[in-house]
Design a binder for this molecule. Structure first.
Ligand SMILES: N[C@@H](CCC(=O)N[C@@H](CS)C(=O)NCC(=O)O)C(=O)O
Length: 65
């Protein structure tokens, strides 16, 4: 399970919910200015709108946005 987040955005709320539920998704940080991700992946392939948060579940092709 991968959660795409970005600094100082509403994705922090989703991250807080995951923490409260004791869930530890793999966090991928997206730089909204540089358009880069912490795992060097192309975030546009996950969400063409480049909006966070986005959640990719194991075995799922489509992300939850
Ligand atoms: N959840 C909505 C909106 C999410 C949203 O607006 N995210 C903002 C952060 S709060 C964002 O990713 N902004 C990136 C940008 O403006 O470049 C969607 O994905 O359509």
């Amino acid at each position: 399970m991968k959660l795409y987040i970005a600094r100082a955005t509403c994705s922090l709320a989703v991250q807080a919910v995951f923490n409260e539920l004791n869930l530890a998704p793999e966090l991928v940080h997206f730089d909204v200015f540089g358009k880069t991700t912490s795992d060097q992946s192309d975030f546009a392939e996950i969400n063409p709108l480049l909006y966070v948060p986005a959640l990719v579940l194991e075995g799922e092709d489509e992300p939850l946005i």
